[in-house]
Write a protein that binds this ligand. Structure first.
Ligand code: ZN
Length: 381
């Protein structure tokens, strides 16, 4: 031991210091294949992007027509062209004049590149005439040019009898039946976000695999008696699917139970009117690549491509973030690469693990990238 040992304590056995979890950024020493997939093998319809959001949210309920826009079409189109994205769905385009604005700004200005889903308006929920008002609003949204309806997790977790106060309104509340039926008769698919990752229902402690994510977003935790259980929410959702067999439902985020593909499969088997998107869930799918590959093989006609991209508001410059995000999705679907980051971020945002690709054959890739969406959405390409 020379005098050096004092100036480099790391090299001295037993002298390491505890490390704050937020500072832990291990570099993988694996020497494995690293395929860059700059463009998807087939054109893409991204069913799940957010170019506008409600500007007024009270206790988790989106109220009022006012919208906040992210990204202009002029900013988005170069990214789309680079990444082989034929169409982007603005999934949260709102309703009323805001929906008209969104459709004018994207869909009508650049035909064939954008489409939009409308959202229900909960402002008038306590009124006795609400069920019909909401059904009529779906027809109005169709008139305006919306291609479908999107429901946030508002339903089941936030909306209450008096909008923001009182008892939680259940997902299968019969007051929404006219809305679901209007979606069927108008051929408007319903993109529905129910529940959330199952770890959000567990205590935020050292056993929680999404500890860092929940620490960064404490309001995402649904742990405790104030919230319904995950299983209860999914069961209520499934009762809606059963009661409205003519309505097409797109259960977002792999039915929001990608931790349990057997459960998602059981629902898909039971409800032929259900399909799923993969938005923000390649993290889950890619850490069970063999089960995921089997899932894609079995449900190849009912899986839609989506990312949950929000063109602005990330720590990365917008365009770089979008490019990297799409390349990771393509790598997951198209390659058999192992152990790579599922998001363009220094620390994995949903949990500290890596993913592997599932190397889908061309016939399934084509369906997932655009054919299924085009069929379900009645889109002409
Ligand atoms: Zn989303």
């Amino acid at each position: 031991m020379g005098s050096n040992s004092k100036s480099s304590p790391i090299e001295t056995p037993g002298a390491w210091k505890p490390l704050d979890l937020s500072e832990f950024q291990p570099l993988s020493m694996l020497e494995v294949k690293n395929t860059r997939v700059e463009r998807s093998r087939y054109p893409v319809i991204d069913m799940h992007a957010h170019m506008s959001f409600s500007a007024k949210v009270v206790n988790g309920v989106h109220l009022g027509e006012e919208r906040q826009f992210f990204g202009t079409p002029e900013e988005l189109i170069p990214v789309m062209d680079r990444k082989n994205i034929r169409m982007l769905n603005n999934l949260t385009a709102g309703f009323g004049s805001a929906l008209d604005d969104a459709i004018a700004r994207y869909d009508k200005a650049f035909p064939g590149r954008f489409f939009a889903f409308a959202e229900p308006c909960f402002n008038r929920f306590p009124e006795p005439g609400y069920p019909q008002i909401q059904a009529d609003a779906v027809a109005q949204a169709k008139q305006s040019g919306a291609k479908g309806i999107k429901l946030l997790k508002t339903l089941g977790l936030y909306l209450r009898e008096n909008i923001t106060t009182g008892d939680l309104v259940k997902i299968d509340d019969p007051r929404f039946d006219p809305m679901w039926e209007a979606c069927a008769s108008l051929e408007m698919p319903v993109a529905i976000h129910v529940s959330d990752p199952v770890a959000f229902y567990l205590p935020v402690d050292r056993f929680n695999e999404r500890y860092e994510e929940l620490s960064n977003h404490p309001d995402w935790s649904f742990h405790g008696p104030a919230f319904p259980a995950n299983a209860e929410l999914l069961a209520a959702r499934d009762r809606v699917f059963a009661r409205h067999p003519q309505t097409q439902f797109i259960a977002l985020h792999v039915g929001n139970f990608s931790e349990n593909l057997a459960s998602v499969s059981a629902s898909l088997d039971r409800y032929p009117n259900m399909s799923v998107d993969i938005a923000a869930r390649i993290s889950e799918l890619g850490r069970q690549p063999r089960a995921a590959r089997a899932f894609f093989e079995k449900y190849q006609d009912r899986i839609l491509f989506g990312t949950d991209a929000i063109p602005h508001g990330h720590e990365f410059p917008q365009q770089l973030f979008c490019d990297q995000l799409y390349e990771i999705y393509y790598r997951f679907l198209e390659t058999d690469d192992e152990y790579f980051d599922y998001a363009p971020a220094k620390v994995p945002p949903q949990g500290r693990w890596q993913i592997s690709g599932i190397n889908l054959p061309d016939s399934i890739l084509k369906k997932v990238y655009y054919e299924n969406a085009a069929r379900i959405m009645h889109l002409e390409l």
